[in-house]
Ligand binder design. Structure first.
Ligand SMILES: [Zn+2]
Length: 397
């Protein structure tokens, strides 16, 4: 008899913030610039000769690149690979790489010494660069192997390392935690917990205003024939800050949701949004935001954190989750009286729309998944609480 045995593993990215001395910083910057210049050079050479493969381009450009740019053999190979990767996507244009584009380091040019410094190959010799290492990084550092990307953001160097994290053995769910993801409320659970989107919206409005001011300034500068580089840099920084804020919020919410589900032996149910256009639930401007990256990010955070914690995720049919009465099953558009208020036209059940939707999501998953051997269990599960009042938003968001 054959026994299938495998460990679930998942790839995560560990970000290490480097703390180089000014001299090391300059050396890294110079290395980065040369690597990208070498990649651009390799691309130009390949493009001119009609050579697009790693091996053939290697024959054509490797020695020249090593001589011309003074790169280590490994970084020369990676520069060629960078050009080849671009050609794999599109052979009709000759790529030009930004001087501060990411550089891929593998174990031949990067190694870790102890818990808080890395040795990197740089122009002028290897350098030993310390990095910030909190408990999160320390716990995972042993799992770094293979390669890392050296990136430069706002003048700060980071190493982005790929790590394999073993996922926990999936738990045997005893019940379902229904989660409704949205815009006004980022997440509402069938337990009645709400994570409001007000904080995110306030942040977005604040940054949108600042962005508008900058864009006007940029237009004025352009009319004067200037290239407003500082403004572009400021705009990029704003976009990054906003994204960072939203990412923190999403991390917080997804962490809480998974912890609650795990702590109560439940799986998580989400709407299956593969075919989002089928949904009638959102008006147009909202629909654009529902398909946006931030919304997708919260979903993906919930999914990967759940997988890591061994919490199964069930996807259910999203149709009419907000119009379907969780008490009597009556579906009618008028049931949803406003963004927040649900009131069943048939049985009079009145509650918060998102809470009703979260309960529908939970119940659809209960039908879908055979939770426990006892078939009567589903019938004994308590019904949604009619006296539900939306609680103060959780998580301070
Ligand atoms: Zn009803």
């Amino acid at each position: 008899m054959m026994i299938a045995c495998y460990t679930l593993c998942m790839k995560l990215t560990l970000q290490l913030k480097l703390l180089p001395t000014p001299t090391q910083h300059a050396a890294l910057r110079e290395t980065m610039r040369l690597c990208n210049e070498a990649a651009t050079y390799a691309a130009a050479k390949g493009f001119a000769a009609g050579v697009y493969g790693q091996v053939s381009l290697h024959h054509l450009a490797y020695y020249e690149i090593r001589e011309r740019f003074g790169l280590s053999s490994q970084l020369a190979v990676r520069a060629i690979a960078k050009a080849v990767e671009c050609f794999q996507r599109d052979k009709t244009v000759c790529p030009v790489f930004r001087p501060d584009g990411a550089v891929c380091y593998d174990q031949r040019v990067l190694s870790f010494h102890g818990l808080n410094s890395a040795s990197l190959w740089a122009i002028g010799g290897r350098i030993e660069v310390p990095f910030v290492c909190g408990p999160y990084q320390q716990e995972r550092q042993g799992r770094i192997h293979g390669q890392a990307d050296l990136v430069l953001r706002d003048g700060v160097f980071y190493l982005l390392c790929t790590i394999d994290m073993p996922a926990e053995t999936p738990l045997d769910p005893q019940d379902v935690l229904g989660v409704d993801l949205g815009v006004i409320n980022l997440a509402t659970t069938s337990d009645g917990t709400t994570h409001s989107g007000a904080g995110v919206e306030a942040c977005r409005t604040r940054y949108a205003k600042r962005r508008q001011q900058l864009q006007r300034a940029a237009q004025r500068a352009q009319m004067d024939g200037k290239r407003p580089k500082q403004i572009r840099v400021a705009l990029r920084r704003i976009a990054r800050k906003e994204a960072g804020f939203r990412r923190d919020v999403n991390h917080g919410i997804s962490k809480t949701l998974v912890a609650v589900a795990k702590g109560t032996d439940r799986c998580i149910a989400l709407e299956d949004l593969k075919d989002i256009r089928r949904r009638t639930r959102f008006r147009k401007p909202q629909r654009a935001r529902m398909t946006g990256w931030a919304f997708a990010q919260l979903r993906s955070f919930v999914e990967y954190k759940a997988q890591r914690a061994g919490v199964p995720v069930v996807l259910v049919d999203p149709r009419h989750t907000s119009q379907d009465c969780n008490r009597c099953g009556h579906v009618e558009r008028a049931n949803r009286q406003s963004q927040a208020r649900f009131s069943c036209q048939q049985c009079g059940y009145t509650t918060n729309t998102d809470f009703n939707a979260a309960n529908n999501i939970r119940d659809r998953a209960r039908v879908k998944v055979p939770l426990v051997a006892d078939p009567l269990r589903q019938l004994r599960l308590p019904l949604a609480d009619a006296s539900y009042k939306p609680p103060a938003s959780a998580g301070g968001t």
